[in-house]
Design a protein around this ligand. Structure first.
Ligand code: ADP
Ligand code: AMP
Length: 213
């Protein structure tokens, strides 16, 4: 099963993608996590990506597309994968479609997790992330068992630099301008499904499982 998660930053794509990956035994591929791991490890890609991420801008397509095309060609993606945070532009979507077409394949589902802008800023200011294992929490709705500590690996949780309110507004503007057109792109491909992302996490997941079957 090959799945794309669409939705604004903070809509809950990562939260749902991790659960989908667990239930259907497919890898969760988050370009944001890949960039953050590169930043943490001080790689050239990380240095370049950070310049854009800190400003709430998208990392250029030429640094992003090949990375994903390589990743989905790996052995563990043979039975499918769930993409979280990619594609984010029409050229990225076209690169993905082309890469799969060459293999005689195509995506199965694009799931839009729909959350209005008003809810997003609250979600992002409460998000706490583990930069070691990629787990995410929310201080009110999905708190860790021990405040400030990751349930999964015991590392310290942080407020991401790009989750500060001034950057979140920029990311929302970028989302509406560059990423929202993908909803139409996948509607035209006949694979778009929408879920109400304002529901509790378990209810959003139940809706998604109904769609995926
Ligand atoms: P995205 O991957 O789309 O940027 P996340 O999955 O990281 O979003 O979720 C953003 C924040 O909202 C996180 O703090 C997460 O714990 C919280 N969150 C996710 N889903 C829900 C939900 N259904 N209700 C309330 N909070 C949620
Ligand atoms: P995320 O973890 O998905 O919220 O992504 C965090 C940041 O990483 C984004 O605001 C972008 O700067 C960058 N990023 C992640 N995925 C992409 C992508 N597909 N294209 C461009 N930039 C991306």
């Amino acid at each position: 099963m090959k799945i794309i998660m669409l939705g604004a930053p903070g809509a809950g794509k990562g939260t749902q993608a991790k659960q989908i990956a667990g239930k259907y035994s497919i890898p969760h591929i988050s370009t944001g996590d890949i960039f953050r791991a590169n930043i943490k490890n001080g790689t050239e890609l990380g240095k370049k990506a950070k310049e854009y991420m800190d400003q709430g801008l998208l990392v250029p397509d030429e640094l992003t597309c090949d990375l994903v095309v390589d990743r989905i060609g790996q052995d563990d993606c043979k039975n499918g994968f769930v993409l979280d945070g990619f594609p984010r532009t029409i050229p990225q979507a076209e690169a993905l479609t082309d890469a799969l077409n060459k293999l005689g394949e195509s995506m199965d589902f694009a799931i839009d997790v729909d959350v209005p802008d008003e809810n997003i800023v609250k979600r992002m200011s409460g998000r706490r992330a583990c930069l070691d294992c990629g787990a995410t929490y929310h201080i009110v709705s999905i708190p860790p068992k021990k405040e400030g500590i990751c349930d999964v690996c015991g590392s310290e949780l942080v407020l991401r630099d790009d989750d500060k309110p001034e950057t979140v507004q920029k990311r929302l503007d970028v989302y509406h301008e560059q990423t929202q057109p993908l909803i139409d792109y996948y509607k035209k491909q006949g694979i778009l499904k929408s879920v109400d992302g304002t529901q509790a996490m378990e209810d959003v997941f139940a809706n998604i499982v109904e769609i995926l079957g």
